[in-house]
Ligand binder design. Sequence first.
Ligand SMILES: *Cc1c(COP(=O)(O)O)cnc(C)c1O
Ligand SMILES: [Zn+2]
Length: 422
Amino acid sequence: MSYAQALRCRECEREYPLDPAFFCQFCFGPLEVDYDYEAISRVMTRESVAAGPPTLWRYAPLLPCDPEYKVDLGTGYTPLLRADRLAEAIGLDTLWIKNDTVNPTWSFKDRVVSVAIARARQFGFTGIACASTGNLANSVAAHGAHAGMDTFVFIPDDLEEGKVVGSAIYSPALVMVRGSYDDVNRMCTELSHDQPWAFVNINVRPYYAEGSRTLAYEVAEQLGWRTPDHCVVPMASGSLFTKIWKGFKELHQVGLIDEPQTRMSGSQAAGCSPISTAYAEGTLNFRPQKPNTIARSLAIGNPADGFYALKTMQETEGGAEMATDQEIIDAVKLLAETEGIFAETAGGVTVACLKRMVESGHIRRDEETVAFITGGGLKTIEAVQGQLTEPLRVPASSDAFLEALEARRATEAGVAVAAGGA
Ligand SMILES: *Cc1c(COP(=O)(O)O)cnc(C)c1O
Ligand SMILES: [Zn+2]
């Protein structure tokens, strides 16, 4: 069963029943799910969680849906990896990577979709839909297929090939819209008024957004039921960022961890940085932007939760950074070369911003830090193509290979000497 008890307006705190609704009728503020934390604290212990499945459903009492309606592709409980080589490269003592590239459709969006689709089925919806920058479309299409639901995914028409194929393969109604994500979102909001579908990030958004909290639960559990000093999280709408913080606070509320002291810092691409720019300017009111960056998955120019992300930074003494496209590419490579993790551009944004925050002193060397890597690299190979070391191309002869290898090493040594002498 679910311990969700109401929807509550984040602004005026008016309560609403648990319906497919997303904004307050009085002040138009966003609605958020509220739970009976007393009851949860009675049923949820460290032991009961440990005995659960190796997926996000191990935290079922904290989810806003009845697990009986779940569509389970095995999402969540992803590895928290100690990243010593990357830590050394950027100047940190202790760094962890929360590797969400290994989810069923290779991004963290499987978390939010798992929860949204379960709640949608509980409401009785037979159709599922979304407005997406790519990863959400992949996840909705896969879960819709697994559940046998009518599935409609709307994306901008200029996305990476991997994201388009990564939706089309599941045969949803795939709609490529001539326009930006913000245009797609506006169109889907209109459609949600009279189509009988659950748009996961529109009319059931309060439930969808709750899925992101499972990242916080997992990190705390994997660290031995405690929280890190600092988290670095990519921001598109800003929802994931705010929900990780909510997740830590809830674990304390239900008695599973001490009060979290974690500082929350967000990462954006310089080419779409409404939240990071507002942080830099010291305001809680961001100005919308027209995105222009290779980090398409984060390219939301008018972020729905931007204000709350900025408040979270204020509350936790965190902050925000932004990275250029070239820094993003270099960081994707750095993460792969030091840790063996191939991330999409959003991961590059996070590693590049983490590096900047260490360089600027915003993150101190001795702060135990977790970087959230939220999407897999095969989705955005365009970003790194042409930026990697050329393979050795040889005929099928061992002599030819050894000769080519020697030539390559000589060139590399020459480059190193030249660089050292400069
Ligand atoms: C959607 C997404 C995010 C963050 O999204 P929010 O809208 O801020 O919750 C981060 N990384 C990737 C790869 C994403 O697809
Ligand atoms: Zn309100």
